[in-house]
Design a protein around this ligand. Sequence first.
Ligand SMILES: Nc1nc2c(c(=O)[nH]1)N[C@H]1C(S)=C(S)[C@@H](COP(=O)(O)OP(=O)(O)OC[C@H]3O[C@@H](n4cnc5c(N)ncnc54)[C@H](O)[C@@H]3O)O[C@H]1N2
Ligand code: MOO
Length: 390
Amino acid sequence: MISVDEAHALVLALAGPVKTEEIAVEDALGRAMAAPAVARLTQPPFDASAMDGYALRSDDLPGPLPVVGTAAAGVPYAGTVPEGAAVRIFTGAPVPAGCDRVVIQEIVTRDGDTIRVAEVGDNRNIRAQGNDFAQGSEFQPARALRASDLGLIAAMNVARITVARRPRVAILAGGDELVRPGETPAAGQIISSNDIAIAALAREAGAEPLVLELARDTEDSLRARFAEAGGCDLIVTIGGASVGDHDLIAKVSADLGMERSFYKLAMRPGKPLMAGRIGTAAMLGLPGNPVSAVVCAKLFMQPLIRAMQRLPPGPELASGLLTRDLPPEGDRQHYLRARLVPGAGLPGIDPFGDQDSARLWILAEADALLLRPAGDPARRAGEMMHYLPL
Ligand SMILES: Nc1nc2c(c(=O)[nH]1)N[C@H]1C(S)=C(S)[C@@H](COP(=O)(O)OP(=O)(O)OC[C@H]3O[C@@H](n4cnc5c(N)ncnc54)[C@H](O)[C@@H]3O)O[C@H]1N2
Ligand code: MOO
C-alpha cells in the first residue's frame, strides 16, 4: 500500500491542462484567474483629497485666506488657485493646481469667506496620483478571488476576466440499499447522504457538481451511470470500492478502460480509495463509509479540483496541543475526528474516543482531523500535533 503523500502526488498528477473562460468581474467571487487583469487606468487618476476641508499652499499658513471656490468629488475646481487663497474641498476631489496641502475642516475657523488655520500637523491629506496602482499593472493572485479582489479589478476598469473554468465533477453514488432524502426507506435501506456531502465539498473547492441518479448494484446500472458522466473533468464514485461481492466499481471502471494510478493506501479512514483516469476524465473511487468518503474528499478530491484550476491544492495543516495521552499508532496514517479547545497560544486538540467511520454526527461535532502519521509513537498530553481544520 502506498502512503498518503504518494497518493496525494499521484492524484494531483491527474489534473490535466487548465481550461479557461471569460466572465464578468462581478461573477468572479471564488474563481481562479487564468490570465492577469491589466489596469486600464492609474488610481487615483489625479492627486486626490483624503479629507473634507480646504486646499491651500503650506507657505500661506496660518492665514487668514479667502476661499475662492469649491472642489468636490467629480466636480473639480477649474484653474490654478492664486497665492494667498484657499479652495473648499471634499474627500475624493482632485486637489486644485497650486495647492500642496488639504487642512481638515475641524482645525479651521471660518468667518464668512475667510479661513484661519490652527496647529497644522505633518499630514498633507493628499493621495498622490497612482499611489494605489498604475495603468498597465497586472493582477493575478495565486489563490481564489476574494470580494475585495473584485473591487480592485473593477477599479482597474477591467470588466471581464479570464478564469479557470469550473471543473465539472460527476458524482456517482450507488448501492441497492440507498434511497433519496425524503423517500421512505424499505427494510434494509438507508438514505444516500454521501453524494450530498461530496457534491458540496466539490462546490466548495470551485467545481460544478453533477449528482447522477443512484446506481444499483449491477454492472449494467453502473455502466449507464458512467455513460452519463461523459464530458465531465472528474468522475467521483462513492462506495463499492472494497472487497465485497457487491463492490463492483473496480471491475466496471476497469472494463471501461480505467488506467489506475493506485488502489488502496495506508490511511485510516479511507483505505480503499481508488484513483486513475478514465477516457479524458480523472476518476476517484471514494469508499462508502460516510466519514471515510468525506475525509478522502477533503484530502484528495478537493486538492485535485483546486489543482485543475491551478489553485494551491492544499490541504493546509495547522498545529495544536494534544489534550490527552494517546497510544502508539498502527501502520496507516490516521485522521482522528477531534474538537479544538481555545488555548493561550495554540489551540488544544481533543480527539473523540469513538472513531467509527460511519458516524456522521461525531464528524459534525468535530472541528478538525487530528493527523497521526503511520507508526506514530505514543503521545502525551501537551505535545504539539498537526491537524486539518474542518
Ligand atoms: N472484508 C473487508 N471488508 C471491508 C474492508 C476490508 O478491507 N475488508 N474495508 C472496510 C473499509 S475500511 C471501508 S471504508 C468500507 C468501504 O466499502 P465500500 O467502498 O465498498 O462501500 P460500501 O460497501 O458500498 O458501503 C460502505 C458503507 O457505506 C454506506 N454507504 C455507501 N454509499 C452511501 C451513500 N451514498 N450514502 C450513505 N451511505 C452510504 C453503505 O451503506 C455501507 O454501510 O468497506 C469495509 N469493509
Ligand atoms: O478506511 Mo475505512 O475507510 O476505515 O472506514
